[in-house]
Design a protein. Structure first.
Length: 95
């Protein structure tokens, strides 16, 4: 990948309180856990893409890693941590 080991797609909508909360919780987690240098978050407004809107309109906010949904509505630290750990190359450790 580029400078990040992982790309998390963050599907959201403007003026969405749950989206703002999840973004805050995700950013805090990345800083606190030391994953910040390994993860790039790509913000994707579902209103900008018909396919995203159709797929996620009832579930935003949604975090997706490698095409797999990690969590939606609320940030789930355990699920995000597990997803990052299970996708890291064998023998490597995320600090």
């Amino acid at each position: 990948m580029d400078t990040a080991d992982f790309v998390i797609d963050f599907y959201y909508r403007e003026n969405c309180h749950l989206c703002e909360r999840m973004q805050h919780d995700l950013e805090s987690f990345l800083d606190r856990s030391g994953h910040r240098r390994h993860v790039r978050v790509t913000m994707k407004d579902i209103d900008d893409n018909k396919d995203w809107f159709t797929r996620f309109r009832e579930y935003v906010p949604v975090l997706v890693l490698d095409g797999e949904e990690i969590c939606y509505y609320f940030f789930d630290e355990e699920s995000v941590s597990d997803a990052l750990s299970s996708n890291f190359p064998p023998g490597e450790v995320i600090e």
